[in-house]
Design a protein around this ligand. Structure first.
Ligand SMILES: Cc1cc2nc3c(=O)[nH]c(=O)nc-3n(C[C@H](O)[C@H](O)[C@H](O)COP(=O)(O)OP(=O)(O)OC[C@H]3O[C@@H](n4cnc5c(N)ncnc54)[C@H](O)[C@@H]3O)c2cc1C
Length: 388
């Protein structure tokens, strides 16, 4: 008989101290909006690249919140970081520039990085000045990540890297990429062996970055080609040959955060603005109430994962559950908004419901793909439950 392990860690109650922090973040966001510094966008954590905004967050101590102070961070923990990120996402603020660095590069450097790497990158990450990309996917390796063919050969003082990465978010602006590469030939009996993570600085000779336009025409994705790029030993992350283990331990950070259910929240806020004062029939009230109830549930689950991360655990299974449910929910929010307000999407509008709707619709196909597709996540859940 299969015994069901706990799918999601125990619930977390946010400590009282976060109330003041939340109020500060809200007041800051209101000031920025009053100054028209940016317009709320759906999926802004992917597309809202605004280095001024990231530096301002850094100046206020809202990046690198879980990084120790000796590396420029604030030692405030995962739950306080959670409160800041959920406020930023709910407001549709332009957080893309620092997103990857703050979410997973910082924690990975703390876990696997050398003292030199931490000192070199963490203060800039906490200041909102140093940006990273993730170089995992390749033209023939997405879900089957262990099949990556980018390969690094041993040379004097380091590694010579050749290969191609695709769908690399933000690489055209980023300073460096965490790249998963093969450092010894593939062994069919153990395909996860022989993989390593290299920190590739994107101004290195031999790196070419080419745009892959989004459906919207915007430049977000890239193809990154490595042609005999020299990566010094000092830029090997963790241990050679341990890349698979390291990458999978990053995934709980990548899959469980509030960005996995809040990408379309600004659209819901705009909808509520448009329909405020209207009498809604029972069916519409039920649709809206259903969304709010599910937001609340997803938030509890996602917070529970943040609590487990704070306790030093690696809740990969729970993170997969949150991401699968959360990303499908983000798409349902669009469907309900379209049912409740008959306004055509307008990608050319400056702001407002029609623009948010256009961004949400055009970005939605990526929600259940990025960070691991839902089919793959369900495989992880099935394995965790002992069903495969
Ligand atoms: C918006 C966005 C941003 C991204 N940013 C980055 C980035 O910064 N860095 C990066 O490295 N990658 C990035 N990616 C790539 C992303 O990680 C991959 O798209 C994803 O892992 C799927 O890989 P693939 O596109 O090659 O699809 P494939 O792996 O070819 O999958 C195609 C389809 O087959 C299904 N499938 C595949 N294998 C199985 C299986 N074993 N069982 C059941 N179904 C299966 C998949 O679920 C999917 O529906 C991004 C993607 C998107 C959409």
């Amino acid at each position: 008989m299969v015994t069901l392990p706990e799918l999601v860690p125990p619930p977390v109650v946010l400590p009282d101290r976060v109330g003041a922090l939340r109020a500060e973040v809200r007041a800051f966001l209101a000031e920025e909006r009053a100054a028209d510094a940016w317009r709320p966008r759906a999926d802004a954590w992917l597309s809202g690249w605004d280095e001024r905004f990231s530096k301002e967050l850094g100046r206020r101590g809202w990046l690198g919140m879980a990084i120790p102070t000796e590396y420029g961070g604030h030692a405030r923990g995962a739950l306080e970081r959670y409160v800041v990120t959920e406020e930023l996402l709910a407001a549709g603020a332009p957080v893309a520039a620092h997103w990857i660095a703050d979410r997973q590069i910082g924690p990975s450097l703390m876990r696997f990085g050398t003292e030199e790497q931490r000192q070199r990158f963490l203060p800039g990450i906490a200041a909102g000045e140093v940006y990273f990309g993730i170089g995992m996917s390749e033209p023939d390796s997405g879900s089957d990540l262990a099949s990556v063919r980018s390969k690094a050969d041993r040379v004097d003082g380091g590694w010579e890297l050749t290969g191609t990465k695709v769908w690399t978010s933000g690489a055209h602006h980023a300073h460096a990429l965490f790249s998963l590469v093969r450092t010894s030939p593939r062994d069919d009996a153990n395909q996860h062996a022989g993989l390593s993570q290299l920190i590739v600085e994107l101004d290195s000779p031999g790196v070419t970055i080419r745009p892959i336009p989004l459906l919207t025409g915007a430049h977000h994705f890239n193809e990154v080609v490595f042609d005999k790029v020299f990566v010094p030993d000092a830029m090997v992350l963790g241990e050679i040959g341990q890349g698979w283990h390291q990458v999978t331990s990053e995934l709980a950070f990548e899959r469980s955060g509030p960005e996995r259910y809040l990408s379309t929240f600004p659209l819901l806020v705009a909808l509520l603005g448009e329909i405020s004062g209207q009498e809604l029939d029972a069916g519409r009230r039920r649709d809206l109430g259903g969304l709010v109830a599910r937001y609340w549930t997803l938030r509890r689950m996602s917070l529970a994962v943040a609590g487990a991360l704070e306790a030093g655990e690696a809740p990969e299974l729970a993170a997969a559950v949150v991401k699968d449910l959360g990303t499908r929910f983000e798409i349902e929010v669009i469907d309900v908004c379209r049912l409740l307000l008959s306004v055509p999407p307008d990608p050319g509008a400056e702001a407002g419901f029609a623009r948010l709707l256009a961004d949400a619709v055009l970005h939605a196909p990526g929600f259940t793909l990025r960070g691991g597709t839902n089919e793959i996540l369900r495989g992880i859940v099935a394995r965790g439950l002992g069903l495969r």
